[in-house]
Design a protein around this ligand. Sequence first.
Ligand code: F6P
Length: 257
Amino acid sequence: PLANRFLGLTSQEKLLAERLNIERCFIVRGDRTAGDAVTKQLGTILNDALAKLLPEGNNIIVVMGGSTMASVAAQLTPELSVSRKLTFVPGRGGIGESVNKQANSVAATMAKRTHGEARPLYIPEQLSESTYHPLLNEPTVKPVLELIKHAGVAIHGIGNAGVMARRRGVNEEISNYLRKAKAVGEAFGSFYNKEGRILYQVHRIGLQLNDVQHFNHVFAVASGHDKAQAIESYMKIAPHQTILITDEGAANVILKK
Ligand code: F6P
C-alpha cells in the first residue's frame, strides 16, 4: 500500500497542493476534532513518505514539538532504518511545553521507534538576550545546533495562534498584541496573520522558519477543521518543498473557499 498511496495522488490532494502552492499534500479521512482516529493515520502516511523520500545513508532529521508530533512519532517503524542511519534532533530546546510534547521527547520517540539515534537539546524556551547568547557556545549545545544547521529534513506541527500563545506562556502585552493584530497561527515559534505576515517570533535557540527554506524535505503535520486557517496562512510563508499531511476536516474548509 505504501507505493500505491504515495503515487496515487487523489484529485483533492492535487487541488490542495496547487491551492497552497506547495510540493504535495496527503489528506486522511475524517476530522481530528470529531474524535476520529486521524493522528494515527497521519503518522502512517509520514512513515511511508519518509520511507519513500529519504536517501540512503546518513539522515539528520529535525523535529519540532506539539501533541500532533508526539502522536505521529509513535507510528514510525524500524523499516526506515534499512540502509539508512537516522539521527533525530529536536529543533528547539523545548523546556516550556509539557514533557511529552517537547521536541526532545518527540526526537527520542522517533529514534526509539526507528532504531535510530536522538540528540537532546536542553535549553529553556524563553530566555533573556543576555542568558541566551553565551549558551550558543556551550559544549553540550553547539554541536547540536550545528547538526540542526546541516539537517536536510524537518518535521513540524502548526498551531492556532490563541492556543499557542497560551501554551507558550507569552506575556499579556504580547498576547494582546497578537489578538489585535489578528494572529491566526504559529509554526517554528513564529506567529503570523491571515496573509502570512509574521507578527511575532518567540525568541528561542534552534530551528527558525528561515532555516528550513533550504532543506530538502519539510513535512508539516496538522489537521482538523479548527486548524484550517492556521494551515492555509502558514503555507504563504512555507518553503515550496513542503509536504502537508492533513485530514479532510482541514482540507475541506480550505478547498471550499
Ligand atoms: O510547540 C511546538 C509546535 O510544533 C508549534 O510550533 C505548533 O504550533 C504546535 O506545536 C502544534 O501543536 P499541536 O500539534 O499540539 O496542535
